[in-house]
Design a protein around this ligand. Structure first.
Ligand code: ATP
Ligand code: MG
Length: 558
């Protein structure tokens, strides 16, 4: 294993694997990440990816990427492509080629015939409503379908004709013959095949019947020789059914399933169906909108793969579901970006400062380290007569205490980061009385040097040259939902959308070097937070940055 960052060494699944290896039950570990390509991956999937790929790495094994594509009605090639890109972006590589459940459709069909021949499956003509009535409910045993004792030959013939498209959708299904009185509803003659006259993104028009997820999932693992099938808790009730298939079919291997708790985050929905609704209803600008908890959304927001992995690996692999505070994810992001992001200056809400004792046309190049601790080189900051500072960094109120307002005040001094100490002399107003510019003077000899004793700058603020800086668009994000549990209460989750989740500022000014920033390059804008050059919209002519996260957790105090 090249990356020794997985905290999973101590989790209960790792323990099981270790025991299996020691006892000689397995000589090699094979896991898989099995998404259904019916949407983009979200932060919960990131956890599953870290667990599956992480365990394989930890034990020198292999992890497959397999699309569980048994339902053609909701699946698309776009999702397949996005999922592959997301897994790789997170820093993982699957073993060999990508696999598809649909690669095994012929085998599933043969297994269905095998069950029929053994008297363990039958074609059932009950309508959906009838079948559900026959199934009974948790406390009430079901009753056998009138088609349960169909002869083998008739079943084989009907299944063949279902496959050939001779019957209408919904008119028949293939069911396993297990136990209509089982307390586990999953064992009450579950459906193995449905008629669906749908084109499939991998197999085209070849099939008119599709296996159920339950009939496919465990056998896919068996075909691939998966040793430890890891999934989330909602599948625990399905395990007896998977085991039944494995016991009753001539499968090449016998995988075992282990379940762990889903990752849920507060202020977030993690269900592809709900995320799709946000996209379809245009509540966001697509699956990779930076406000989305999708992997591609987090990427566009400027979260790093390392930070997401740190977050996932720092969480327990638990035997129960829980809700994780989103502040924990945000902490992981800040922690990683603080270490890695180059520093830069950006003025979000500009007000002009004219340095009266510097002639127009004069450019003094200041230098500043790109990072305070790491050697990321230096940046050049042209200092000119006209500058921008942030409106919030200036006040005319001379009674403001030095402790409270460590910024520029009329008649007082402040240091411009990596440049001169300046003094605000006067303000110039427009006809409406709004401040148009601040006229200030620089204190000579104060670049990298303390001013004379008598001059006490209130603090340090950031700035950008008005003539050499670049105008930029900056998108500021807030949480997509204003409610800590948007999909848990009575109201529809869409009602909890935070109306202020996106603010676009299009008159921001960035230091000139940022025009050269590559798309997806992340920065700490000093005193403002972490920002990333937009993956798609950023260019040298028109810089566009997305706010990744603030420097501190401000939400906690709201
Ligand atoms: P969703 O409800 O969002 O559609 P899903 O479980 O149907 O999720 P799949 O594509 O079937 O999505 O999931 C692929 C794998 O990711 C499965 O093994 C599943 O258990 C796991 N997974 C999905 N959501 C989470 C989550 N929130 N936390 C941990 N693992 C998850
Ligand atoms: Mg699913």
């Amino acid at each position: 294993m090249s990356r020794n960052e997985s905290a999973s060494a101590s989790n209960f699944i790792a323990q099981i694997i270790e025991d299996d290896l020691q006892a000689g039950r397995h000589t090699e570990v094979v896991t898989r990440f099995p998404p259904e390509p019916n949407g983009y991956l979200h932060v919960g999937h990131a956890k599953s990816i870290c667990v599956n790929f992480g365990l394989a790495e930890q034990f020198g094994g292999r992890c497959n990427l397999r699309f569980d594509d048994t339902n053609p009605t909701k699946e698309e090639q776009e999702y397949v492509d996005a999922i592959k890109a997301d897994v790789q972006w997170l820093g993982f590589q699957w073993d060999g080629e990508v696999r598809y459940a649909s690669d095994y459709f012929d085998q599933f069909y043969a297994w269905a015939q095998e069950l029929i021949r053994a008297g363990k499956a039958y074609v059932c003509d009950l309508s959906a409503e009838e079948a559900s009535e026959y199934r009974g409910w948790a406390t009430q045993p079901g009753k056998p379908s009138p088609y349960r004792e169909r002869p083998v030959e008739e079943n084989l013939d009907l299944l063949e004709r279902m496959k050939n498209g001779e019957f209408d959708e919904g008119s028949r299904v293939l069911r396993a013959k297990i136990d209509m009185a089982s307390p586990n509803m999953n064992l009450r003659d579950p459906i193995l095949y449905r008629i669906r006259k749908q084109r499939h993104h991998q197999t085209g028009d070849k099939w008119c019947i599709y296996p159920s997820y339950d009939f496919a999932h465990g056998q896919e693992d068996a075909i691939e020789g998966v040793t430890h099938s890891i999934c989330t808790l909602e599948f625990a009730d399905h395990r007896p059914l998977y085991d039944w298939f494995i016991e009753n079919l001539s499968v090449p291997a016998k995988p075992k399933q282990y379940e762990f708790g889903r990752l849920n985050l507060n202020y977030t929905v993690t269900s592809k169906r709900k995320l799709k609704q946000l996209v379809d209803d245009k509540a966001v600008d697509g699956w990779d909108d930076p406000r989305m908890p999708t992997i591609s959304g987090m990427r566009r927001r400027g979260f790093t793969p390392q930070a997401i992995r740190n977050f996932c690996n720092g969480l327990p692999v638990a035997k129960s579901d829980g809700v994780v505070d989103i502040a924990q994810l945000e902490f992981a992001i800040r922690d990683d970006l603080d270490k890695s992001a180059p520093r830069a200056m950006c003025v979000l809400d500009p007000i002009k400062v004219v340095i009266t004792n510097l002639e127009a046309g004069v450019v003094e190049n200041m230098t500043a380290p790109a990072h305070p601790k790491m050697d990321l080189g230096e940046r050049t900051l042209p200092f000119t007569r006209e500058l921008y500072i942030d409106r919030a960094d200036f006040s005319e109120d001379t009674s403001l205490s030095r402790k409270k307002f460590k910024r520029l005040v009329l008649g007082d001094y402040v240091r411009l980061r990596s440049a001169y100490v300046i003094k605000a002399e006067e303000v110039v107003r427009d006809e409406a009385g709004a401040i148009q510019e601040i006229r200030a003077s620089l204190v000579p000899g104060t670049v990298g040097e303390n001013p004379p004793e008598c001059i006490k700058p209130r603090g340090v603020i950031h700035w950008v040259s008005a003539s050499h800086g670049k105008r930029a668009t900056v998108r500021i994000y807030d949480r997509l939902f204003a409610h800590p549990a948007p999909d848990k209460g009575e109201a529809n989750f869409m009602q909890h959308l935070n109306p202020g989740s996106l603010t676009v500022l299009d008159n921001c000014w960035v230091e000139p070097g940022l025009a050269e920033a590559a798309p997806e390059a992340g920065f700490q804008f000093e005193r403002e937070g972490y920002f990333v050059a937009d993956r798609y919209d950023h260019s040298g002519e028109h810089p566009v940055f997305n706010k990744t996260i603030g420097l501190r957790d401000t939400w906690a105090n709201k």
